[in-house]
Write a protein that binds this ligand. Structure first.
Ligand SMILES: C[S@@+](CC[C@H](N)C(=O)[O-])C[C@H]1O[C@@H](n2cnc3c(N)ncnc32)[C@H](O)[C@@H]1O
Ligand code: SF4
Length: 376
């Protein structure tokens, strides 16, 4: 099974923490959509004949698009790829964008899953983040989704926010649970270079939580969500049984996926490619049929093992010992064995049914553990 990701590089407002690729000017929206449809046609053989079981509109802010734009892109995908009958089609929604007309449009287009960018229910926090919505917009948005008969929706939240107390995080999680989502993505704030938060962090005006606070917020999130029957299936993702995001899961399992639009990444089993992060240059490369909108890298065996460990250890499934060792030389096996034994002694890595996976303590140190296991 394979996936298709469509990156919509527009937002109405720049959030102070975000370094995803987007523009706040929609002047060239129509040209960009046309270029994306050209990309779909140009790359129709990218994933071979494999069946597509997930289509994901991410961003940026895909809920900015109208029905005509979405239908144009979707039709080009349906005309060029082998789409599974029960394909999961997700769209990311910013809460202030949704109207009753839009949700009906989504239903007409067979979009069947929604990922709502809530981030926080606290208006003070939402202002600090420079979000385009307030807490009332969130409730209205979720009600519109439910009133239209949809139950499969996910909520994005952030923790580790400036001056966020444990109590506020607990209230945030409780409010999210009350809305009855099937899935939750909870991201720890990362201070990304070139963002407003980065500038504020450097000049000392942004106070972020200590490692101890972040750890407490992570552990609290796990405790609350697991007790509500959410499976913690990846470091930042929780799902009710059988509601894991197919888009995320296929990415972490190393399935093939095609990414359409500026900055989108793709993987066809051997080659990884990434599209240019510039809307105008992206459009132009289709104008003159130069097709220089992407760069690519052939993955070496070492790259493949590193990616497998990096992504696999983030998930509750972990990584297969057999698979890793089959890919390594004798010397590499000895080295990795020593590292693994050390992490097992520290109770950071666990071993069950021939698979390694992170303990709760290990999840908190996930980045350090995976980088120590990296083959160089
Ligand atoms: C690329 S955004 C797109 C979703 C949508 N545009 C929105 O903002 O609601 C996906 C998610 O990444 C998370 N995110 C973005 N920047 C982040 C950062 N610097 N640290 C932690 N999470 C971040 C947010 O939770 C956001 O909802
Ligand atoms: S977080 Fe979402 S809405 Fe905010 S700038 Fe990033 S992509 Fe746009």
């Amino acid at each position: 099974m394979a996936g298709i990701y469509i990156h919509i590089p527009f937002c109405t407002k720049a959030c102070h923490y975000c370094d995803f690729h987007f523009s706040t000017s929609l002047k060239i929206k129509d040209e960009l959509i046309l270029a994306m449809v050209k990309e779909v046609n140009f790359r129709k053989n990218y994933i071979g004949l494999e069946k597509v079981n997930t289509i994901y509109f991410g961003g940026g802010t895909p809920s900015i698009l109208n029905k005509k734009d979405l239908a144009f892109i979707l039709n080009s995908i349906y005309n060029n790829f082998n789409i599974s009958k029960n394909v999961e089609v997700t769209i990311e929604i910013n809460p202030n964008d949704l109207t009753s007309k839009k949700i009906n449009d989504y239903a007409d287009l067979n979009i069947n899953r929604f990922s709502v960018g809530v981030q926080s229910f606290c208006d003070e926090q939402l202002i600090k983040l420079n979000r385009s919505h307030n807490s009332n917009d969130i409730i209205k948005c979720i009600n519109l989704i439910k009133d239209a008969g949809f139950t499969n929706f996910s909520i994005d939240l952030m923790y580790g926010l400036p001056e966020m107390s444990i109590r506020l995080w607990k209230e945030t999680l409780e409010k999210a649970i009350k809305l009855n989502p099937t899935h939750l993505s909870c991201y720890c704030l990362t201070i990304e270079k070139k963002t407003v938060f980065h500038k504020m962090f450097l000049d000392g005006s942004l106070k972020i939580g200590s490692d101890d606070i972040l750890k407490s917020q992570f552990l609290l999130m796990r405790k609350i969500l697991i007790s509500e029957n959410f499976m913690h299936y990846e470091i930042s993702n929780f799902a009710k049984p059988s509601y894991q995001s197919r888009h995320n899961s296929s990415y972490w399992s190393g399935d093939k996926y095609l990414g359409i639009g500026p900055s989108a990444h793709s993987y066809n089993g051997t080659i990884r490619s990434w599209n240019i992060k510039n809307n105008i240059k992206y459009i132009k490369s289709f104008d003159n049929e130069k097709y220089d909108f992407y760069k690519e890298e052939l993955l070496t065996d070492k790259n493949k093992i590193n990616e497998y460990i990096l992504m696999g250890l983030r998930t509750s499934k972990g990584v297969s010992k057999k698979k890793i060792f089959a890919m390594l030389s004798e010397r590499e096996q000895l080295n990795i064995n020593r590292q693994i034994a050390n992490f097992e002694r520290l109770n950071l890595l666990l071993f069950k049914d021939n698979r390694y996976f992170l303990s709760e303590e290990g999840m908190i140190l996930c980045d350090k553990i995976t980088s120590d296991l990296f083959l160089v």
